[in-house]
Structures are given as structure tokens and as C-alpha cells.
Design a protein around this ligand. Structure first.
Ligand code: BES
Ligand code: MN
Ligand code: ZN
Length: 498
């Protein structure tokens, strides 16, 4: 999908498809009136006959008389008159793009820049126009033997009212496009099945990303991990016949020797639970257990495409959690890279076992912040559902910045505590710490476990178990939290150039 912007009076709009917003029961907006005139009154007729009440997110395609400058108009409902929320603007955009994809239009002109959105400027509106369009047009047909026909929509123009607005709109479109491609990359990696998206596949994808966007990528093999002492990570991999990989991607957007931001993503390419085997129901969804890793790929891609002036390192520990004759047993004790010993009471609590070694490894980069992203606990789905990611942090300012980034991006997180009281639950009779803390506060005890490996760093942990994918008829990866992460990175870059 290509995005462009230009300043154009609405009465000059033309082309295969024009999108205008319509409020409930309201008079037509200035923009809609201008388009209506160009269509010989076709819009007014539809509305006056009561065929388009303007309900938020509803759409209707109107065909003006043949021979005019405009081939189709997509009306999109904006709800009651007045300003709308960012969420409502996004819902309207998504609905409009869905309607456009159902038509044969190759190009669409959005006349949605002058809608009043609470807390949003033009750059934000343009960014989300491009982001919503990219995400809505996403398809995953790679594994079908024949490709269903793709909708022809390939170009989106975001019109603004005056030439002074073009720069802000262009910037927003560029950002939204980059975030959309990053999010869609994360979705594809997530959607690919465990027999395709293996640790070696992720390593190959990282190398490819590095070639495309010109940043170095290194991959540590099992022997190197053994030598370093990543025995916790390796204990998860023991039951699998696929070798583990430890991926490091190093995006340098500035020559300055500023401390990097490090993103660490859980890359379990399939989680059977290991010897603590999961029940059969919905186990297929554990191919999504590398969505944290996928979000790191997506965020790096977006940052590189936006050429953000920051230093950003992506760390992805990746392996498969399988049962087998060589697999880790419940009760086994391993020594982590940090030197702490762990009693593995449940082999299904494997995410924390690979992340702890990755987080310790991260210390060598002396990061300004480290954020890990993981489909870590089923308990997080119980606590926050499919709405918010669980956020944990040992730094108040960082927590605030991430919450704000999630809000602005429409990809929200909610903070949960990291109080010492919870550490009690991780006591082991035999090792320094146990890898599970029982049923109460399962997401918090998982985060408490990680906190033991990040004491020297400003750190945040995002538990994305509830938001990384959808189940049921809409089954598929969502790309979350790429929008939150890239919003955070954008703010970091903006703060630097301010
Ligand atoms: N990948 C799962 C978490 C998960 C489960 C995410 C279901 C989304 C849906 C993780 O590795 C896991 O199995 N966690 C266990 C931890 C428990 C054994 C302490 C869980 O949540 O049941
Ligand atoms: Mn597990
Ligand atoms: Zn898992």
C-alpha cells in the first residue's frame, strides 16, 4: 500500500473512491457538502431518505451518476455530532478501509483530516490513517495452496485543507506506514505454524531484516550459549530436536554513543509445556508463543523504516518447549547465566527460563532501558482479558512513559505491582528460587522472577498473553504491542531532537 498527501479543496476531489465522514442526524459537513455537489446531490439523497443514519463505524458506498469526476463515495459514520475520541476515529478508519477493500477501487482519497478528534493533531490522524489501512488490508494466505484474489486497493491519498498542513500529514503517513509494516511483519511471524517458524527460521528472518535495513545481526549457537553459561535457556530446549538460537539485532540510528534501548522478546516457537505437558484443547495456539519475539522484529523494522535517531538492540532467545527423553524433568535444578540457581518445578513455566538468561546477557549493552515482551502467563489473560497488556516496571518514569505510549497508540497496557511480598511464593527448598509461585497472582510472580535478573537496569516487562493473538473464527496474530513499542520509540527520538 502506498500513501500520499496533498492540499486540495473538497469540491475538487476526484477519482475511483472518495471517503467522507458523516455524523448522526447532522447537516452535511463542509467537506461532505462539497463532495455532494460534485456528485449531483447523491449523498444528500441517501441521507435524506434515511438510508445512512451515521452510526459510528457504519459505511455505505454511494455511486454518483456515471460520467462525473468521482466514481464512488464511501460514507463512514462518525456517531453523534461533535468531537470524537481517538478510538472512534480509528474505528471509523478501519470501517472505511474495509468498505474500500470490498470495492474494485485501486486508489482512494480520504477526506478525513478535518474531523475533530480529542487529543489528536493532524500528524496523529495521518499516522493512524496509514496504520489502520495497512493493518486492515493485511492477509495471511501464505500457507494456502491457491492464493485468494487480493483486493486491488493499492494507493491511499490523505487530503488536507491547506498546503501548510502537508508536512505534518506526510510525516504522520510515513510513521503510520512504518508501524503498519512492522505490525504486519509481527503478525506473519506469529501466524506461521511451528513447523515453519522454527528457531532457525527466526534467525534467518533476523538476518534478512538486517540485510534489508542495514543493521548487523549476530546469532549465537548452542555451543556458544553453553560456553557463556545460559543453562536456564538451554534447559527449555533439551526436549526439542531443533537447535536453539540466540539472536541479537543492532540498529544504530545515530552515530552518537548514546546508551541503547534494548527490547527482549520471548521466542518459544512452540510451547507444548514440556514434561508438564499442556492439555490438547487449543494447544495449536501455542505457535503464538513467539509473539514477543515477533514484536521485537516488528518494532526494529518500524524504527529502521522511520530512520529513528536512536540506538536500538533487539534480543531474541528462541527455542521450542517439547517433551522427550532428554527433556528437563520437574525438580531439575539449573544454573542461570547470572549464577542464580533455579528449581524447575513446572516445565511449562519456560518463558521466564529463557528470558532470565537473555536479560542477564543484556547487561553487557549498558542499556538506557530494557523492555521484555512475552506471552508469559495464562493468568494475565484472566486478569486483563484481551484488552490490555500487563505492564511491570522497576522504574516509575519508564512505567508512565509506556502507559502513555499505549494510550496514544490505541494499544493499551495496565500496570501491576512488583512488591517484595510476592517473592515469598517463589521460595525453593533446594535452589535459590523456584520457577513457579502457585496459582495466586500468577502474572505477578512470573514478573517477580524476571525482576531478579534486572536489578542493575531500568526495566519493564510486558505480558502480552491476552493481546498477541485472537482465538475463534478470527484466529490470528494481532501485531500487538508493536504500536505501543514504536510509539514509545518515537517519543524517545522526539525527546532527543527537541
Ligand atoms: N505460553 C504460556 C502462557 C500462555 C498460556 C499464554 C495460555 C497464553 C495463553 C506459558 O509458557 C505458560 O505455559 N505459562 C504457565 C505458567 C504456569 C505453569 C505457572 C501458565 O500460564 O499456565
Ligand atoms: Mn509454557
Ligand atoms: Zn510459553
Amino acid at each position: 500500500m502506498e500513501f500520499s498527501t496533498k492540499a486540495l479543496a473538497a469540491d475538487k476531489a476526484s477519482g475511483p473512491a472518495v471517503v467522507v465522514g458523516v455524523h448522526e442526524k447532522g447537516a452535511l459537513s463542509v467537506t461532505a457538502t462539497a463532495v455532494d455537489k460534485a456528485c449531483g446531490g447523491a449523498l444528500r439523497a441517501v441521507i435524506e431518505r434515511g438510508d445512512f443514519p451515521g452510526k459510528l463505524g457504519s459505511t455505505r458506498v454511494v455511486y454518483p451518476p456515471v460520467g462525473g469526476r468521482i466514481e464512488r463515495v464511501v460514507l463512514v459514520g462518525l456517531g453523534p455530532a461533535g468531537s470524537i475520541s481517538r478510538r472512534q476515529y480509528r474505528d471509523a478508519l478501519i470501517a472505511a478501509v474495509r468498505a474500500l477493500l470490498d470495492t474494485g477501487a485501486k486508489r482512494a482519497t480520504l477526506l478525513l483530516a478535518d474531523i475533530v478528534v480529542d487529543g489528536a493533531d493532524l500528524r496523529w490522524k495521518a499516522r493512524h490513517a496509514a496504520l489502520c489501512a495497512s493493518e486492515t488490508a493485511y492477509r495471511f494466505d501464505e500457507m494456502k495452496s491457491s492464493q485468494p484474489p487480493t483486493p486491488p486497493l493499492a494507493q491511499i491519498e490523505f487530503m488536507v485543507g491547506s498546503s501548510t498542513e502537508v508536512a505534518a500529514a506526510r510525516r504522520g503517513l510515513r510513521e503510520g506506514h512504518a508501524i503498519g509494516e512492522g505490525s504486519n511483519l509481527a503478525r506473519t511471524l506469529g501466524n506461521l505454524p511451528g513447523n515453519v517458524c522454527t528457531p532457525a527460521y527466526l534467525a534467518a528472518q533476523a538476518r534478512k531484516l538486517g540485510r534489508q535495513w542495514k543493521f548487523p545481526v549476530t546469532v549465537l549457537e548452542r555451543a556458544q550459549m553453553e560456553k557463556l553459561g545460559m543453562h536456564s535457556l538451554l534447559s527449555v530446549s533439551r526436549g526439542s530436536s531443533l537447535p536453539p538460537k540466540f539472536i541479537v539485532m543492532n540498529y544504530r540510528g545515530t552515530a552518537a554513543k548514546t546508551a541503547p534501548i534494548v527490547l527482549v522478546g520471548k521466542g518459544i516457537t512452540f510451547d507444548t509445556g514440556g514434561i508438564s505437558l499442556k492439555p490438547a484443547g487449543e494447544m495449536d495456539e501455542m505457535k503464538f508463543d513467539m509473539c514477543g519475539a515477533a514484536s521485537v522484529f516488528g518494532a526494529l523494522r518500524a524504527a529502521a523504516q522511520m530512520a529513528l535517531p536512536i540506538n536500538l538492540i533487539g534480543v531474541v532467545p528462541t527455542c521450542e518447549n517439547m517433551p522427550g527423553g532428554n527433556a528437563t524433568r520437574p525438580g531439575d535444578i539449573v544454573t542461570t547465566l547470572s549464577g542464580q540457581t533455579v528449581e524447575i518445578l513446572n516445565t511449562d513455566a519456560e518463558g521466564r527460563l529463557i528470558l532470565c538468561d537473555a536479560l542477564t546477557y543484556t547487561e553487557r549493552f549498558k542499556p538506557s532501558v530494557v523492555i521484555d515482551i512475552a506471552t508469559l502467563t495464562g493468568a494475565c489473560v484472566i486478569a486483563l482479558g484481551h484488552v490490555a497488556s500487563g505492564l511491570f516496571s522497576n522504574d516509575e518514569a519508564l512505567a508512565g512513559e509506556l502507559l502513555a505510549a499505549g494510550d496514544a497508540a490505541g494499544d493499551r497496557a495496565w500496570r501491576l505491582p512488583l512488591w517484595d511480598d510476592y517473592m515469598e511464593q517463589l521460595k525453593s527448598n533446594f535452589a535459590d528460587v523456584a520457577n513457579i509461585g502457585g496459582r495466586p497472582a500468577g502474572s505477578i510472580t512470573a514478573a517477580m522472577f524476571l525482576s531478579r535478573f534486572t536489578r542493575s537496569m531500568r526495566w519493564a516487562h510486558l505480558d502480552i498473553a491476552g493481546v498477541a493473538w485472537k482465538s475463534g473464527a478470527q484466529k490470528g496474530a494481532t501485531g500487538r504491542p508493536v504500536p505501543l513499542l514504536t510509539q514509545f520509540l518515537l517519543e524517545q527520538a522526539d525527546a532527543k531532537t527537541r
